[in-house]
Design a protein around this ligand. Structure first.
Ligand code: AGP
Length: 609
């Protein structure tokens, strides 16, 4: 998603903005731009593609000035191109924007009728023209922005400059994230803290409906609708981890290999072996409150939604509490049936996914209690929840979630133990057993990572396939979905995940010699059934690769390849099977020469609908 960096102070703005944009690269983008202002003269540089192109342009045509704004664009309205890259200038006003302006066509028509000329296909350009139109001799820049924003419907975080007021940088937020860092009389604006935390740890987190006017070494906060606001800055005490490859060819492979440590981190300090229980420090619910909920509702998008599906299996199985799993973008518009008797659990790596955040707000407005599962500290979803369970996976740069998925699975496993102990469905012995199973998990992940060369051989064999099917049953069904998503997003091979028992109701028609079928067959209660489903595929000439449990030699009969995954027990087997499927997708993508860290069209943090 788009990234914004702004600066106003006494140093040259360009290096500050470019270093910030580099640190926001993980969000995904297709073009970038920067604008600085010196003595009222504005200069803009924009380029398509990677930031290195913008850096090259800046070497040829440098920019100077103590005020500036920069942007990495993830296209929503208008194709990726230099013309559509931000900043956009309308009259004297220059804007960078993250979000979507829903009524931009209407506004554009009206502005065009009044003589404005547009140079891009973006919704953002409309904002700059609208502000410019309002910025008259009788109206200040600040007031012009305020008036323009009243006419805008949609989601935004934006920075605006004007040639007619060269001492002012205006920031506004409604729906997309924005923070302001303060160091003396210098101000750093960014979509995300890691972009500016190397300059200052004093941060003000902007909330929706707020505006900041930075002028002459001071900042004034107000509601967009009017009325000054007292905002308190906070000192950030965590350190953003550096995105280093540490000898790996890319971030994704490094992050796949970080899983043993990430899984240690999510568990560290939380288990009480003797009590057969766990302590979840941010849960903020005592036993009485925790067991009082009539149902749980897990809400998420993409990979996090797959984790939620695994969570349903775990919680219903061990705690006997009904669990609904919701896709956030559906939930938010459905007038969902939640109440104060519902524990709603948004799951999000970034903590900024717009749909998940909106679902959280919808549930909160209906009095539900919210405990989120998040990876990013102080993210919007974490801040707006009553409680939060952090996954402690560390920084994930690769767009495809890997370690953040498996740590979500373990966070849900820990929550299952806590809830089961609170409501009495998990007794002391079972609790101790479940905790003991966790201790061996990192080593089993290491062992699974050791299957890489066998998995690479599988990827080589089926490299020319254009489609693939993933089958799983029970707790492995969501992992089949996740395996298929991983393959799609980084190798661009079409793949579908199905519950294995559903094959005969339609997808079996797709089986032929060109279609690899990846079957998840752990040694759990579904094994015999899955074996039958596998035979149905083999009998129709399908090419089967089976992921079975270590030592289950018979399971592989009839398959072209059988990969033996270490056995961690039914409840934790999804972690190990997920790791194997990450390696499978990774190998396909690398053999096809794809950029696994930045797959086309995708963004790490999806802050628009
Ligand atoms: C998965 O590899 C993707 N990165 C994507 O599906 C992601 O899980 C989804 O966008 C949700 O993101 P979140 O966990 O940050 O909310």
């Amino acid at each position: 998603m788009c990234g914004i960096v702004g600066y106003m102070g006494n140093q040259d703005a360009t290096p500050v903005i470019m270093s910030g944009l580099n640190l926001l690269e993980y969000r995904g983008y297709d073009s970038a731009g920067i604008c600085t202002m010196a003595s009222g003269a504005v200069e803009i540089r924009r380029s398509s593609g990677k930031l290195v192109n913008l850096e090259r342009l800046l070497k040829q045509q440098p920019l100077h000035g103590n005020i500036g704004i920069g942007h990495t664009r993830w296209a929503t309205h208008g194709k990726p191109s230099i013309a559509n890259a931000h900043p956009h200038k309308g009259g004297s006003v220059i804007v960078v924007h993250n979000g979507i302006i829903e009524n931009y066509l209407l506004l554009k028509d009206e502005l065009t009728r009044r003589g404005h000329q547009f140079l891009s296909e973006t919704d953002t350009e409309v904002i700059s023209h609208l502000i410019d139109e309002k910025f008259t001799a009788d109206t200040s820049f600040e007031e012009a922005v305020r008036q323009a924003l009243k006419e805008i419907h949609g989601v935004y975080a934006l920075c605006a400059l004007s040639e007619k007021d060269d001492k002012t940088l205006i920031v506004a937020k409604s729906g997309s994230p924005m923070v302001i860092g303060i160091r003396g009389n210098e101000y750093f604006v960014a979509s995300d803290m890691p972009a500016i935390i190397c300059y200052t740890r004093e941060i003000v987190i902007m909330e929706d409906g707020e505006m900041a006017v930075i002028r002459n070494g001071t900042v004034k906060f107000s509601a967009i609708g009017g009325g000054e606001l007292e905002k308190i800055s906070r000192i950030i005490d965590w350190s953003p981890l550096k995105a280093e490859n540490k000898g790996f060819p890319n971030h994704m492979l490094k992050e796949i290999h970080e899983q043993p440590q990430a899984l240690r981190n999510v568990v560290a300090g939380r288990v009480r072996e003797e009590e057969g229980d766990v302590v979840l420090e941010g849960l903020n619910l005592d036993d009485t409150s925790l067991k009082s909920f009539e149902r749980l509702c897990l809400v998420a998008c993409g990979t996090s939604w797959h984790a939620a599906l695994v969570g349903k299996y775990l919680i219903e199985e061990y705690c006997r509490v009904p669990v609904d799993v919701e896709i956030a973008s559906e939930f938010r518009y459905r007038d969902p049936l939640v109440s104060r008797k519902t524990l709603v659990i948004p799951i999000s790596q970034s903590g900024e996914t717009a749909d998940t955040l909106a679902a959280l707000r919808e549930a909160r407005d209906k009095d539900a209690h919210i405990v989120s599962i998040c990876n990013v500290a102080d993210s919007s979803i974490a801040r707006e929840s009553h409680g939060v369970i952090y996954t402690h996976a560390g920084l994930e740069i690769g767009v495809a979630s890997t370690k953040t998925f498996t740590t979500q699975l373990v966070a849900l496993y820990l929550l299952t133990i806590r809830l089961g102990r609170a409501n009495g469905r998990i007794d002391l012995r079972k609790g101790q057993e479940m905790i003991a199973a966790l201790s061996g998990l990192p080593a089993l992940v290491e062992k699974t990572l050791g299957l890489d060369s066998q998995i690479e051989e599988v990827a080589c064999e089926y490299l020319t396939s254009w489609d693939a099917i993933y089958l799983g049953r029970g707790i492995s069904y969501p992992i089949a979905l996740e395996g298929a998503l991983k393959l799609k997003e980084i190798s661009y091979i079409h793949a579908d995940g199905y519950p294995a028992g559903e094959m005969k109701h339609g997808p079996i028609a797709l089986i032929d010699v060109d279609m690899p079928v990846f079957i998840l067959a752990p040694r759990d209660r579904h094994l015999v059934k899955v074996q039958s489903n596998m035979e149905e595929v083999v009998a129709r000439g399908g090419r089967v690769v089976v992921f079975c449990s270590e030592g289950d030699f018979k399971t592989g009969k009839g398959a072209e390849y059988a990969l033996q995954i270490p056995w961690a027990g039914e409840a934790l087997s999804p972690v190990l099977f997920a790791v194997a499927l990450q390696l499978l997708a990774y190998n396909f993508a690398i053999l096809k020469g794809k950029d696994v860290d930045k797959p086309r069209n995708l963004a790490k943090s999806v802050t628009v609908e």
